[in-house]
Design a binder for this molecule. Structure first.
Ligand code: NAG
Ligand code: NAG
Ligand code: NAG
Ligand code: CA
Length: 368
């Protein structure tokens, strides 16, 4: 049982960033003052990891066991075919918190992605590839105003989808709302994103083999846009046996039953659907910024594999138990501490509840 849970967790947390890309690095004490990342014409630069490291050898690049600090800088050159990253001057870069040492080199891991593997969200309505990239129109150049496009990704019914935001710059409204956004949804949950982001997994549990991404921009202020990567998992056992997926019309039940955030006048960051009993119209709920909200429907039971349900239940239970145990331990420790404090200061926390006979003499308190 525990194994199933661990397996589920493993599948959930494993990211596809374990790709053999290229990397470039330099020591801070060298004459090199910048890192140049070069992809040829027809390629787009995807930075997978940028980090400060401490090397004890002369390598100036990552070696097993090096202590590193991963940086979450948003580089404007992502999506373009070359990049120049200036190195800090001096012999040290950022101090590495995990080992409390000044870093002596900086490394960037990257990939060169062929331009044709990225699909413009406004030029496709359905994608059925096992993996691929989707971007805003004209990315990495700015999108235009008044765009409203959507694409549905559909993979084999035995699979689910993962989505990663590689790069994002969508107009936000003083961090309280989105003026331009991408709205991603399946039948169970949805998430709306805007602002500046890079290299993050879409914070949404996708429980289906089908997902729709909608991109909307308003009448003014156009930014760079977005670039996302999607992947189906688990991999299909044999490519030749995969049947072609049937194409549903755009106005499918799923799309119709989900409300469209574009119809609302206020900048809603998260819009999700709560299906009420019977066939009453869907109800729109507004939830806090950048949170995923999911609501289960009756269909869900059929959609989830049994192992995942069992794993999830057991996992949740053990988590709850652990938390309870920790809370109990903390409570016990506090009470002990309080007892000790009490014995030192002869404090009676609530004398009203005690009979004065319980406190015959101060010396007894030193025995606690
Ligand atoms: C720079 O630092 C590396 C690693 O600490 C060292 O091996 C190398 O000799 C240094 N180079 C110079 C020019 O100081
Ligand atoms: C998706 O885009 C198509 C046009 O490409 C449009 O007809 C449809 O209404 C859009 N769906 C949503 C949910 O916005
Ligand atoms: C709750 C709800 O609105 N369900 C509708 C989903 O879409 C189908 C087909 O358009 C309707 O028949 C349902 O009533
Ligand atoms: Ca805008």
């Amino acid at each position: 049982m525990m194994e199933i849970y661990l397996l589920v967790m493993l599948v959930f947390f494993l990211t596809p960033n374990l790709i053999n890309g290229e990397s470039t690095s330099a020591c801070f004490n060298s004459s090199q003052k910048a890192l140049m990342l070069q992809c040829g014409a027809g390629y787009m630069l995807r930075i997978t990891k940028a980090f400060y490291g401490y090397s004890t050898s002369d390598s100036c690049s990552f070696q097993m066991g090096d202590c590193i600090y991963v940086e979450h800088e948003k580089y404007p050159c992502v999506g373009r075919n070359s990049c120049r990253i200036n190195l800090p001057s001096g012999d040290h870069g950022q101090r590495i918190p995990s080992c409390n040492i000044e870093s002596n080199y900086f490394q960037v891991d990257y990939e060169c992605i062929p331009v044709e593997t990225t699909q413009d969200i406004c030029e496709h309505s359905l994608l059925t590839d096992q993996r691929g990239y989707i971007s805003s129109p004209r990315y990495p150049n700015n999108y235009k105003e008044d765009m409203d496009c959507n694409v549905t990704i559909r993979v084999d019914s035995s699979q689910k989808l993962k989505v990663y935001v590689i790069d994002m710059e969508l107009e936000n409204n003083r961090n309280i709302g989105c003026d331009d956004w991408i709205y991603t949804y399946d039948s169970f949950s949805s998430i709306t994103l805007c602002g500046r982001r890079s290299n993050e997994k879409l914070n949404m549990v996708i429980r289906e083999n089908e997902l729709t991404i909608q991109f909307k921009s308003n009448f003014a202020t156009n930014q760079k846009g977005f670039w996302v990567f999607y992947e189906a998992y688990p991999p299909l056992p044999d490519k030749t046996t995969s049947k072609p997926t049937t194409i549903k019309s755009e106005n499918s039940e799923t799309a119709e039953n989900l409300s469209n955030p574009s119809t609302s006048k206020v900048p809603i960051l998260i819009t999700s659907i709560k299906q009420t009993e019977g066939s009453s119209p869907p109800q729109k709920t507004e939830v806090k910024i950048f949170r995923t909200e999911s609501h289960t429907t009756t269909e869900e039971k059929e959609e989830l594999p049994f192992a995942a349900i069992v794993g999830g239940v057991i996992g949740t239970l053990s988590l709850v138990l652990t938390v309870l145990l920790i809370l109990l331990a903390v409570k016990w420790w506090r009470e002990r501490k309080m007892q000790r404090d009490k014995s030192q200061f002869l404090e009676v926390r609530n004398p009203a509840f005690r009979n004065s006979n319980e406190f015959p003499g101060a010396e007894n308190y030193y025995n606690c």
